[in-house]
Design a protein around this ligand. Structure first.
Ligand SMILES: NC(=O)c1ccc[n+]([C@@H]2O[C@H](COP(=O)([O-])OP(=O)(O)OC[C@H]3O[C@@H](n4cnc5c(N)ncnc54)[C@H](OP(=O)(O)O)[C@@H]3O)[C@@H](O)[C@H]2O)c1
Length: 275
């Protein structure tokens, strides 16, 4: 863990959705290591949340609180955010991070999955932002809202035809909102990670490329971007994309290569992509 940006998080109160694993758990760990006053965690699954929350609470007594909620429920998000604020009448950082994904042909995405993806990846972000901003405005010290979108919110990766638009929506919403609250000392940053080695990614069964990021490296990078108040925290990916563009002269070419590699995988696992 890189301590260079600890000072930004010291004595702050943070709330993290999707905090029982992966990037969200990484945000919580970083904040606590940095000397945060308190961190509030939530996720749906009780066992994993209690295990990770309990471990952190042992290490940082009196600073870690958790609650099982489903972020697709507006009232539960409001209760979670209000609860985090009311403990110290302070909420400095809200990480809207909970997310779900899919990796399959668009034909296989039924209406229920479309709804789940948008409810989790977009509407929950809207619920979180609205719940937090009223407190951040009230407390005068402002605050920082960090929405974890994805590189798939900037680049239309194939076989993620429902995930991508849910993340495009989150990116557009975050970036647009940032300027609306700029003068109120409320910062809004949008995180667009490339592939990070987490449960979500492993569950797809796709072989991980050699350059997959570890959670710790991803979180170090993100925390730097937050501390420096970046609008878009998109790693060196844009640089890599530029290099790709230099090679193939057109984005379509790179994405087609990507699609072909994924189709090869679908064939190998027998996914009915070509109905
Ligand atoms: N890993 C990557 O390569 C990558 C790349 C770009 C963007 N992202 C984004 O990063 C964020 C974190 O993902 P991750 O990779 O760290 O995956 P992860 O390890 O699977 O973590 C996802 C977290 O979200 C929680 N969650 C999911 N649905 C929820 C709901 N309805 N209500 C409350 N909590 C919910 C999960 O817990 P429960 O299941 O118990 O609720 C878990 O704590 C997501 O928004 C994802 O889209 C990931």
């Amino acid at each position: 863990m890189n301590p260079e940006y600890f000072s930004y998080f010291k004595d702050k109160v943070g709330a993290v959705t999707g905090a029982s694993s992966g990037i969200g758990l990484g945000y919580a760990k970083y904040m606590l290591a940095a000397g945060a006053k308190a961190v509030f965690l939530c996720a749906r699954g009780k066992d994993r949340l209690e295990k990770e929350g309990g471990y952190l609470a042992e290490r940082y007594p009196g600073k870690v609180f958790w609650e099982t909620i489903d972020v697709t429920d507006k009232k539960q998000v409001e209760k979670f955010v209000d609860g985090a604020w009311s403990k110290y009448e302070q909420l400095d950082l809200l990480f809207n991070n909970a997310g779900i994904s899919h990796l399959c042909s668009v034909w296989e995405v039924d209406d229920k999955l479309w709804e789940d993806l948008f409810n989790t990846n977009f509407w929950s972000v809207k619920y979180g932002v609205f719940a937090a901003i009223k407190h951040m405005l009230q407390q005068k010290t402002g605050g920082h809202i960090v929405n974890t979108a994805s590189i798939s919110g900037l680049v239309p990766y194939p076989y993620q035809a429902a995930y991508c638009p849910s993340k495009f929506a989150a990116v557009g919403f975050s970036r647009s909102m940032r300027y609306e609250f700029y003068e109120d000392n409320i910062k809004i940053s949008c995180v667009c990670p490339p592939l990070v080695d987490t449960t979500m990614v492993r569950e797809t069964g796709m072989p991980l490329p050699d350059d997959v990021l570890s959670v710790e490296d991803a979180v170090d990078y993100i925390m730097k971007g937050i501390a420096e108040n970046h609008d878009l925290i998109c790693f060196d990916y844009m640089e890599r994309l530029k290099n790709l563009l230099d090679h193939v002269m057109e984005t379509d070419g790179a994405l087609l290569d990507n699609a072909l590699a994924r189709r090869k995988h679908m064939d190998a696992v027998g996914s009915p992509w070509n109905r």
